[in-house]
Design a protein around this ligand. Structure first.
Ligand SMILES: [Zn+2]
Length: 543
C-alpha cells in the first residue's frame, strides 16, 4: 500500500513539474557575441558534453535545465573561441625550451638567466640565444670560465643575437672535439694563452650544431604544453600551425588523445617528400581536436630581407627581384598532386610575382572544383589584376600585425604605386567575401587583441600613425571578429563545429574584461582575457 502511494506521488510530480533536461554548465550574464549569420547577441548559454545545447536569454534557460554548474560572466564579453589562422605553435613552444638572452644588460645577467632556466627545466643540453655584448657595460666577449664553474657537466651553448657567434662551456668543446688547434675557413675558435675561450665565430659553430641532440619527445611535449598555455591565456582555442612534420603531428594527436593537450590544432603538413608521400596517400585526418588536410608550401621569401619575389625590381635595390623558393612549374605539379588527394594547398606568397604564380597554379589545379578552399598565406603584395581571383575557393589568409610591423619600410621596398596592393585586407575581403586572420607567431606577438586592433585601427601599439595606416584597407570590428572566428573556421572546413556560438557547436569561448565591439579603438590592445573555455571546460582563468 505504502509503495503504491509513493508511486502515485512520483507520477504526480512527474506530471506536474516541467521536465528538466540535464546540462553540465550554464554561462549567464554575458554579452555573448554569437557570430551567427545575424550577428546576434545573447546573454546565456547551456552546455552539455562539450557542446552548446542552447543559447539565448537566461531566465528561460535556467528554468528549462537541470544545471550542474553555473558560471556568472558578470556582464563581461563572451566571444566564440578565437582562432589563429596562421601561426607556428610548436615553434613558439620550442623557443621556450631555450634560454632567451635578448636584452641582457651584462654577462652576469646572462648567467643568471641560464641558471634560472636550468633550475626550472633541467635539460640535458642548455641552448640559449640573443645576447649582445654591445648592450653590456663591459663590451667584451664572454669566456667559458663562469659557465664552467656553474655547469661543469652539462653542455651549454649560447648564440649571439645575430647568430654569428656562440659562447660555449668546456663540456661542449669536448663533445664537439674543438681544441686550440681547430682551424676552419670562414670562422674562428678564439684562443687566449693557448686555450680556447669558449667563443666560436661562424663556421666552427657547425661542429657544435652537429653534437646537439635532436629534441627528445619529452622536450617536444613540454614545448606544446608551454605554447598551449600562452594561447589559452590570450583566448585562443584553435591554432592553425603553418607547417609541421609527421613526428610532431603524431605527437599532437597522442597528447590530445591522452588529455595532455586540449587546444584544437589545424596542422598544415610541411612540404617535404616524406610528409607528402605519407599524408596524401593516407588522406584527411580529422578528430575533434586535430585536423590534417592541408599542405604548407613556400612560394617565395620575405619582404624585409628582400626575398619576396616581385614582378619588377625592388624600389630600393636595383635589378633585384627577390626569388621564388618553389618555382612556377613545381607549384603547378604540386597543386595537381594535392588537389588529387583532396587536400588543401596553403601557400606562403608575399611578393606580387609569387602571388601571380600561386593563383595561376591554384586556378589550373582547381578546374571544376568549387569548394576546395585553398589558401594564399599572407597574400601580401598583389597586382591590381589579382584581387578578383580570390573567392571562397581561393581564400586570403592574412596577418594584420604584419601591416603595422612593416608599414615603416614596406613602401621603400615596393614604391608608392605597388604599395596600394599591399596589406590590402579590405579589398581582399570585398573580393573573396571571406578573409582568415592570424599572426604568424612567434614572428609576431601571440595576442589576438593586437590582430583585432591592427585590423580595425591599423596602428602599432604606440597608436602610430594617429589616423591609422591606409585606413581604406581597415576592416570593421564585425569583419575582424569574423576573420578570427567563423571565417577562419570556414577556411579550415570547420564552420559546422566552431567559429560561432550556435547549438551543436563545440563550447569553445573566450571571456574578455571589456567589450571589443564598443570600446574606443585605442583601448583594444589592453583588453584582457578573463577566462578561456574549450569543450565546455575552463582551460584558463585570470584569477
Ligand atoms: Zn608562417
Amino acid at each position: 500500500m505504502k509503495s503504491i502511494l509513493s508511486l502515485f506521488l512520483l507520477l504526480f510530480i512527474i506530471a506536474c513539474a516541467p521536465e528538466k533536461q540535464p546540462a553540465d554548465l550554464l554561462v549567464k550574464n554575458g554579452t555573448i557575441y554569437t557570430v551567427n549569420d545575424n550577428f546576434d547577441t545573447a546573454d546565456a548559454l547551456v552546455i552539455k558534453d562539450g557542446k552548446i545545447l542552447e543559447i539565448g536569454l537566461k531566465p528561460e534557460l535556467e528554468l528549462k535545465y537541470n544545471i550542474a554548474k553555473t558560471y556568472d560572466a558578470k556582464g563581461k564579453t563572451v566571444l566564440p573561441g578565437l582562432i589563429d589562422a596562421h601561426a607556428h605553435l610548436f615553434n613558439l613552444g620550442a623557443k621556450l625550451q631555450n634560454v632567451d638572452l635578448v636584452d641582457t644588460q651584462s654577462y652576469a645577467e646572462v648567467l643568471e638567466r641560464v641558471s634560472a632556466f636550468q633550475k626550472e627545466k633541467n635539460v640535458a643540453f642548455i641552448l640559449g640565444r640573443g645576447w649582445d655584448q654591445n648592450d653590456w657595460e663591459i663590451k667584451e666577449f664572454p669566456t667559458k670560465k663562469e659557465l664552467d664553474s656553474l655547469f661543469p657537466e652539462t653542455p651549454v651553448a649560447l648564440t649571439r643575437i645575430d647568430g654569428h657567434a656562440m659562447i660555449t662551456n668546456s663540456k661542449v668543446l669536448e663533445m664537439a672535439g674543438i681544441t686550440s688547434e681547430t682551424k676552419m675557413d670562414g670562422g674562428e675558435v678564439i684562443v687566449i694563452n693557448g686555450e680556447p675561450t669558449g667563443l666560436l665565430v661562424d663556421t666552427p659553430m657547425s661542429l657544435v650544431w652537429n653534437v646537439i641532440p635532436n629534441m627528445t619527445p619529452e622536450v617536444a611535449r613540454q614545448a606544446l604544453i608551454d605554447a598551449q598555455k600562452i594561447c589559452f591565456e590570450l583566448g585562443l582555442t584553435t591554432v592553425n600551425d603553418a607547417g609541421l612534420g609527421r613526428e610532431t603531428i603524431e605527437l599532437i594527436d597522442t597528447m590530445q588523445a591522452d588529455g595532455s593537450l586540449a587546444i584544437r590544432i589545424y596542422a598544415m603538413v610541411s612540404n617535404s617528400k616524406s610528409n607528402l608521400d605519407y599524408y596524401l596517400k593516407k588522406g584527411i585526418i580529422k578528430t575533434d581536436r586535430l585536423n590534417v588536410r592541408s599542405v604548407k608550401v613556400y612560394a617565395d621569401g620575405a619582404l624585409g630581407s628582400r626575398g619576396a619575389a616581385l614582378r619588377a625590381p625592388y624600389s630600393d635595390q636595383e635589378n633585384h627581384f627577390g626569388a621564388m623558393i618553389t618555382p612556377q612549374d613545381s607549384l603547378m605539379k604540386l597543386a595537381k598532386r594535392i588537389a588529387a588527394a583532396g587536400y588543401q594547398m596553403n601557400t606562403h606568397a608575399i611578393g606580387d610575382s609569387a602571388n601571380v604564380a600561386v593563383i595561376r597554379a591554384y586556378q589550373e589545379a582547381l578546374k571544376g572544383k568549387t569548394d576546395a578552399r585553398w589558401k594564399v598565406e599572407h597574400a601580401q603584395i598583389l597586382s591590381a589584376s589579382e584581387f578578383d581571383k580570390f573567392s571562397k575557393n581561393i581564400i586570403p589568409s592574412v596577418q594584420p600585425t604584419h601591416a603595422t610591423s612593416d608599414m615603416y619600410w614596406a613602401e621603400d621596398r615596393v614604391g608608392s604605386e605597388r604599395i596600394k596592393g599591399a596589406y590590402a585586407y579590405k579589398t581582399l575581403l570585398d573580393q573573396a567575401g571571406i578573409i582568415a586572420l592570424g599572426t604568424d607567431f612567434p614572428v609576431e606577438k601571440v595576442n589576438p587583441m593586437y590582430t583585432f586592433y591592427a585590423a580595425v585601427a591599423r596602428k602599432d601599439l604606440k597608436n602610430y600613425p594617429e589616423d591609422g595606416y591606409r585606413m581604406e584597407e581597415a576592416l570593421t570590428r564585425e569583419e575582424a571578429l569574423k576573420g578570427m572566428t567563423i571565417w577562419a573556421a570556414y577556411s579550415n572546413f570547420e564552420e559546422a563545429e566552431k567559429g560561432s556560438m550556435e547549438v551543436g557547436k563545440f563550447a569553445d569561448f573566450t571571456i574578455l574584461d571589456q567589450d571589443i565591439m564598443t570600446i574606443p579603438a585605442d583601448s583594444i590592445p589592453n583588453v584582457k582575457v578573463i577566462s578561456t573555455f574549450v569543450n565546455g571546460k575552463e582551460v584558463y582563468s585570470h584569477e
